[in-house]
Design a protein around this ligand. Sequence first.
Ligand code: BT5
Length: 262
Amino acid sequence: MTSPTASAQRDPALEAHLTEHLGAGLFARSVHAYASVASTMDIAEELAAGGLPEGTLVWAARQARGRGRFGRAWESPEGGIYLSLILQPTRARAEVPQLSLVAGLSVAEAIHDLTGLFPRIRWPNDLLLEVRKVGGILVEMASTAAIVGIGINVTTDPCRLPPNATSLAACTAAACDPYRLTGALCQRLQAWYDAWTVRGFAPLREALRPWLAFLGSVVRLTTGDSVVEGQAVDLDEVGRLLVRLDAGVVRAFAMAEVTRLR
Ligand code: BT5
């Protein structure tokens, strides 16, 4: 089988353009950009195994086989940004899934910086505008690194997306430049990643609250084959979703699909 990096061609013009917007931070050190790849996750995993450093950014304008969680597909037509970052967290392995919320907050803030839109984070990994999904986060553990994947529909024509999806350009008249958005996102992410590295989830918990979708709402949580309903009340100190069940008991969920009921 051909390796992911051997079957994709880096694009120096794209890399130069991105570098202009990345400043001098962590994610500007090693930039690998492509017009098209199968999945930026596979490329980042291969680069991490080959010893590329923390901060390496793999960016693509299109993906042929973008993926979400649990083997789902991530539609990746032109107009979106698709990126994966190699991180080498020094925090405990059990805390690494928190990177999904670290990245979600950074994406929400970057979108707000650029467009004035106020996206909501549907715990644990979706970005919503109104009720439609505009972005998603995927955290995977590779042998030597954590790979954080981010997909955002920027100027994508919603006709090319699943029915419950939208793009930034479909929601605002503000300019939605994918390179500027990548730069803003990397800046925000570096700041939150540094804060998380030093202080853990506590600062994130506070900062996330205003961006969370469904707090106070009655939600349905689906975890594997069990379905639970209750009121979403908060995140706990490690990023789990706290839900008040009918009996008044508050239970913490580490992983679930969340839908708002009312
Ligand atoms: C996610 O999974 O939301 C994580 C998506 C991560 C994508 C990035 S792109 C860069 C990097 N390289 C990759 O190959 N992946 C990462 P999940 O929560 O499982 O959501 C998947 C579901 O979102 C699908 O089943 C569809 O319902 C929906 N979906 C698919 N493509 C979409 C899109 N472009 N926009 C909005 N929703 C989409």
